[in-house]
Design a protein around this ligand. Structure first.
Ligand code: MN
Length: 197
C-alpha cells in the first residue's frame, strides 16, 4: 500500500497559453512525483502506513515534517490538477454560484479576494476556497499546508486551490505572479469545484 502519482485528465499542453506545457510536465512528473516518493518513504514502517491522506492531514500536528510537507504536497497537487481544465474558465453555476454570492457578494468580489490571497501569500504556498460550517471562506497557507490540516488557521474542506510556488509559474511568468493568477481563472474547472461543495 503506497501512494501513487495520479494521471492528468488532459495533455501537458492542453492548458496553453494560460499554463505552459513545460511547466505542467515538470510540475507533474518531477515536483509532484517527488512529494509522492518522499511521503511513501516518510510513512514507511510507521503507524501512518495504510491510512488515507485525509486521515493523515487531520492529525498532522503529531506527524513529522516530512509527512507534513510531502503529504500536503501530494494532497494539494492531486486537487490542483483536478480543478484545472482546458474547457475551464467562465463562472460557476447553480449551488456553487449561490454559495459564492452569499459569501462574497458577487463573483467579481470573490475573484478579487481570491486573487489577493494568492498574490499576497509571502514566499511559497497556496490560496484556497474552503467549505466551512459557516459557508465558503478564502484563505491561504504556507509551504504545502492545507485547510484539512489540524494546524491550519482556517480549517475546512478545500474545494479550489491555487499553487503559488514559483515552480508553478516561473518558466513562463517569471516574477509576474499576478499574471499567472489571472490566467488561472481561464482554466478553472468549475464543474469539478462544484462537485466538491
Ligand atoms: Mn507545486
Amino acid at each position: 500500500m503506497s501512494f501513487k502519482l495520479p494521471e492528468l485528465d488532459y495533455a501537458y499542453n492542453a492548458l496553453e497559453p494560460h499554463i505552459d506545457a513545460r511547466t505542467m510536465e515538470i510540475h507533474h512528473t518531477k515536483h509532484h512525483q517527488a512529494y509522492v516518493n518522499k511521503l511513501n518513504d516518510a510513512i514507511s514502517g510507521t503507524s501512518l502506513e495504510g491510512k488515507s491522506l485525509e486521515d493523515i492531514m487531520s492529525n498532522i500536528s503529531s506527524a513529522s515534517a516530512g509527512v507534513r510537507n510531502n503529504g500536503g504536497g501530494h494532497f494539494n497537487h492531486s486537487l490542483f490538477w483536478k480543478v484545472l481544465s482546458p474547457n475551464g474558465g467562465g463562472e460557476p453555476e447553480g449551488e456553487l454560484k449561490d454559495a459564492i454570492n452569499s459569501a462574497f457578494g458577487s463573483f467579481e468580489n470573490f475573484k478579487d479576494q481570491f486573487s489577493n490571497a494568492a498574490a499576497t501569500r509571502f514566499g511559497s504556498g497556496w490560496a484556497w476556497l474552503v467549505k466551512t460550517n459557516s459557508g465558503l471562506v478564502i484563505t491561504s497557507t504556507p509551504n504545502q499546508d492545507n485547510p484539512l490540516m489540524d494546524v491550519a488557521e482556517v480549517q475546512g474542506t478545500p474545494i479550489l486551490g491555487l499553487d503559488v510556488w514559483e515552480h508553478a509559474y516561473y518558466l513562463h511568468y517569471q516574477n509576474r505572479r499576478p499574471d499567472y493568477i489571472n490566467a488561472f481563472f481561464n482554466v478553472i474547472n468549475w464543474k469539478e469545484v462544484a462537485s466538491r461543495l
